[in-house]
Design a binder for this molecule. Sequence first.
Ligand SMILES: [Zn+2]
Length: 291
Amino acid sequence: MTVFPKKKQVQIMEAWEALIYSYDEAQYYMKLAIFEGICSSCSIFYDYVHEQWLIPHKERFVEAWTNRVMHFGNTTTQRVESAHWSLKRILQDSIGDICSVWETINSMIVLQHNEIIASFEKSIIQKVHRYSNRLYANLRGVLSKNAIDHIAAEYDRVKYVSIDQTECRCTIRTTHGLPCACEIARYSMIPRSIPLDAIHGWWSKLTFHVDASSQPSELSVKHEIDVIVKKFEELDVPGKISLKGKLREIAYPSTTSMFPPVAKVKTKGAPKKDKSKVSKRDKSTKRDPSW
Ligand SMILES: [Zn+2]
């Protein structure tokens, strides 16, 4: 068996990593030539990797090909391996009857289920300061946090990419169904918030409930609206005003009170009386209510 010196191993692994992260076929063949050059002193190793892995299977793990399919980030079998490892750890040994094994597996699945529900709730409730930008107004509390993290990473690329599709390469749109940098740049220029229909439905399924299936026609908010109306009727006047304000922000996001005023509002001192004939309402410096 050939044993490579440590320095050579590092070089080979770096060249291999560059090869599998090639973003298109042209770059792949360029990186393959570099990889072959580095492996020139160990042609048996190169031939094995090339003939047994790259030629028959490159479409399954080299980014130039995996970037063409929607995989939502699941590019390895790591999740399955991880679940298998956890189960083996809990079972500890192969001794035990079917009932005890069943109990153990059931407990593990219940635990995982609860962890996923907790992550859904975190995505719905938790407010991250970084995402207070108006761009995310339609997405907060509706998408998984993971999806917003991906969009934020694309937003960070906007300053380099702008609306240039060639520069952007739009990988996240193809692989994750999320807006890529050039798309986000266009929303920023209008300016408008990222619309929910620019996001694949996968990312907004924050429940195990059957009602939130992938069939939009079956979705309904009737129950939630009924509960809100009932709560509204039970509130006192300030509570009603507050709830109404919140609902208006959802119903009319473009007119939310969070927007900056078009013109600078004079907040100190009343206008002078004799300058012009203005109505009492126009003279008032009182802020317009947000509902
Ligand atoms: Zn793009």
